[in-house]
Design a protein around this ligand. Structure first.
Ligand code: IPM
Ligand code: SF4
Length: 470
């Protein structure tokens, strides 16, 4: 019998029941909750007169709707829907006895930043949240993916999920990453190669020496965007980087349990003879800093390239998608990436708002100033703890001196559910993960980049190759 992949191991360890039609029941170790996809789930419990099966398995925070300017209570939130959602989560978590890192708590932040930071997610877990970017947590060798609101209710009530086993896919990035090439560039490049449907039906394990060379935060950036590559889950096997990251975190095992846990975690790697349904190999040397030019994350090119010609695309559906994207983005094939003007810059989101992201942006911003033509540069840390750490390192001062705005944690301009948004027609260099039409505000034009590339665009007023900065 062939060996097991990491995904097979995680699946088998959580399988409660397998049905003949292929569906299965799996046990869920950690349930992360935010204010947008939980209200109906709690309401469902209430109507059915049920209690959560295991309140300690859930941890909640507010992120999508929170303003990034200081506020003291839900009542301070002007937008009605946002105010209600923030208040409702607080009421629900109190009623059902679930831990919430809420308003004014330094641990509050974007769900996918908060959970690993607290040690709420450790290797070997099944992790769900009513949010597609739950895949981020797979960087810790977890089976982590998004679920819908009715499933949020099901998990709350039973601590299990009805699921179907996905196929195994391995994306192997071998070799050394060049200077200025970050985890974000790696994942954008992967999506450029395999497309936004490349991972459909699969759980992706990211492997290879270039992935191993990334910090745990960088691996989270890669797994975060597995969903943009069509997969529901992304993951990276356990190694020293994983174990070191978890050690000492508030909710992680300690004392005698630590040694036991670590011994188990070390088994969470794909066996040498494991078989993957799909394997993609990428040479790290082929990866340059990336910029997305269109309205899908696969519409991405190297910073020193020109925009692609739709006429050279043989697939008719893709060609018409490209033509529509050019129209929406107000761009023309053949122009250089460096000629795209940038109106606003957003440094944040669950893709790139951790401390190393802010350090990378600050490295570029240091001693430089925002270009006059750039209207706004928002720097939004992923959690209160990231914010605190950044301030201890003086990064906030660097940003403010460069003319950037230093904000409170939350999803912010990643999806514009709060007041941070683009105006129609504006181009934004954004460290987030989605560039669909209107994602960052009606008519807004998103270009996905790394934190260093975003800061460089803020300073230059257009895209520049970070490798060419002095
Ligand atoms: C609001 C939430 C359901 C959504 C998601 O699932 O991803 C959001 O986080 C996003 O990034 O679009
Ligand atoms: S930061 Fe963006 S992608 Fe991440 S959870 Fe929030 S809205 Fe979704």
């Amino acid at each position: 019998m062939a060996g097991k992949t990491l995904y097979d191991k995680l699946w088998d360890a959580h399988l409660v029941a397998q049905r003949e039609d292929g569906s299965a029941l799996i046990y869920i170790d950690r349930h992360i909750i935010h204010e947008v996809t939980s209200p109906q789930a709690f309401e469902g419990l209430r109507l059915a007169g049920r209690q959560p099966w295991r309140t300690g398995a859930a941890v909640a925070t507010i992120d999508h709707n929170v303003p990034t300017t200081p506020f003291k209570s839900a009542a301070d939130i002007t937008d009605e829907t946002s105010r209600i959602q923030v208040q409702t989560l607080q009421d629900n978590t109190r009623e059902f006895g679930i831990t919430e890192f809420g308003i004014g708590d330094v641990r509050q932040g974007i769900v996918h930043v908060m959970a690993p930071e607290q040690g709420a997610v450790v290797p070997g877990m099944t992790v769900v949240c009513g949010d597609s970017h739950t895949s981020t947590n797979g960087a810790l060798a977890c089976l982590a993916h998004g679920i819908g609101t009715s499933e949020v209710e099901h998990v709350l009530a039973t601590q299990t999920l009805v699921a179907k086993k996905m196929k195994n896919m391995q994306v192997k990035v071998e070799g050394d990453l060049g200077p200025g090439v970050t985890a974000k560039d790696v994942v954008l490049h992967i999506i450029g190669v395999i497309g936004t449907a490349g991972g459909t039906g699969h759980a992706i394990e990211f492997a290879g020496s270039a992935i191993r060379s990334l910090s745990l935060e960088g691996r989270m950036t890669v797994c975060n965007m597995a969903i943009e590559a069509g997969a529901r889950a992304g993951m990276v096997a356990v190694d020293d980087v994983t174990v070191d990251y978890v050690k000492g975190r508030p909710m992680a095992p300690s004392g005698e349990q630590w040694a036991q846990a670590e011994a188990y975690w070390r088994t969470l790697v794909s066996d040498d003879d494991a078989r993957f349904d799909t394997v993609v190999e990428i040479d790290a040397a082929d990866i340059s800093p990336q910029v997305s030019w269109g309205t899908s994350p696969e519409m991405v090119v190297a910073v020193n390239a020109s925009l692609p010609d739709p006429q050279a695309e043989n697939d008719e559906v893709k060609r018409s998608g490209m033509l529509r994207a050019y129209e929406y983005m107000g761009l023309k094939p053949g122009i250089k990436v460096g000629d795209i003007p940038v109106d606003r810059v957003f440094i944040g989101s669950c893709t790139n708002s951790r401390i190393e992201d802010l350090r990378a942006a600050a490295d570029v911003a240091k001693g430089r100033k925002k270009a006059d033509s750039v209207k706004q540069v928002l720097v939004v840390p992923g959690s209160g703890l990231v914010k605190k750490q950044a301030e201890q390192e003086g990064l906030d001062k660097i940003f403010i001196e460069a003319g950037f705005e230093w904000r409170e944690p939350g999803c912010s301009m990643c999806l514009a559910m709060n007041p941070d948004r683009l105006q129609p027609g504006e181009h934004c260099a954004s460290t987030s993960n989605r560039n669909f039409e209107g994602r960052q505000g009606n008519g807004g034009r998103t270009h996905l980049v790394s934190p260093a590339m975003a800061a460089a665009a803020a300073v230059a007023g257009h895209f520049v190759d970070v490798r060419e900065l002095g």
